[in-house]
Design a protein around this ligand. Structure first.
Ligand code: ZN
Length: 292
């Protein structure tokens, strides 16, 4: 029996060897499962392809009805699930694509680089541009529909320069900032910590979010910008992505703290309040920060 009620083991893990299936079921069954899979015997890339149906099953696509799964294979050989997320009642631009979901999941786990990205459908142009923020982006190997292509083939004449090592989405240093006033509780500390680790080279406006569910589980998220702006993912959507791979994925949100700079020229605050209002009656709390 699958730990997540909506998952059918015989259907979703049918291509996985029995020994790896046992390990994966054990990880999925843990109360602290967080979208990362490790400790298997098969080759990571083979397993990523076998596990695409599992990743796809986490999709929440109430607008399009089009479920997409992705799995990022990290330099550590760990696998990170990705699935598309759509939200009712807000602009389509709030949607998260499966490729972005898998990359953010890997980034939130501290993975420093990706070796492969396996997707259940061809990556759209928006995702190809988002992936341009990764370290060694031009060499990233992308697998879909039986094809294996480098990002440089999928995104010829890319917009924006490739990111320098140590200054890309997954390996940038922390932003130097601090809260304007005292931190009053753990959730505020999580939101500020997330903002410090956000990736905002184009606006210099770091932002972070901390969510708490009614069962007390907390999730953080941070902004991931794109040089082309529109593929940027907000801190709230990043946090909702982490929640989606947990056993709290359908639990009500009981608190949400958003950390932003006092001086931001660009902020996701109003968008995030609007998105949160579609899924809860909560008021989003804000903690203000200043750059050091
Ligand atoms: Zn896409």
């Amino acid at each position: 029996m699958m730990p997540f009620e909506f998952l059918n083991e015989d259907d979703l893990l049918r291509d996985v060897s029995l020994i790896d299936r046992a390990s994966i079921l054990q990880q999925l069954g843990s109360s602290d499962f967080d979208g990362c899979l490790k400790d298997f015997t098969g080759a990571p890339l083979d397993l990523a392809e076998q596990l695409l149906p599992l990743a796809r099953a986490f999709s929440m696509a109430p607008v399009s009805g089009f479920s997409v799964g992705a799995i990022a294979v990290g330099a550590s050989k760990r696998l990170y699930l990705g699935a598309n997320l759509e939200f009712i009642g807000v602009p389509l631009s709030a949607s998260l694509h499966a490729e972005q979901s898998a990359v953010l999941n890997a980034w939130m786990h501290g993975e420093a680089a990706l070796h492969h990205l396996v997707v259940s459908a061809a990556p759209c142009g928006h995702c190809r541009q988002f992936l341009w923020e990764l370290p060694n982006a031009d060499q990233l190997s992308i697998h879909f529909e039986g094809k294996r292509l480098d990002l440089s083939s999928l995104l010829p004449a890319a917009f924006g320069e490739s990111r320098r090592k140590g200054a890309s989405l997954m390996d940038s240093p922390e932003c130097a900032l601090e809260p304007v006033g005292p931190i009053r509780n753990d959730l505020e500390a999580i939101a500020v910590g997330a903002a410090k680790a956000s990736y905002t080279p184009y606006t210099a406006a770091p932002e972070g979010v901390a969510l708490q569910c009614i069962n007390g589980t907390t999730f953080s998220g941070r902004t991931a910008e794109s040089v082309a702006f529109n593929p940027t993912v907000s801190a709230l959507v990043c946090a909702l992505n982490q929640r989606n791979f947990s056993s709290s994925r359908e639990d009500a949100i009981s608190r949400c703290v958003h950390a932003k700079l006092v001086t931001s020229l660009s902020s996701q605050e109003s968008f995030s309040k609007s998105l949160l209002s579609r899924m809860s009656h909560l008021s989003m709390e804000t903690i203000l920060m200043e750059a050091l």
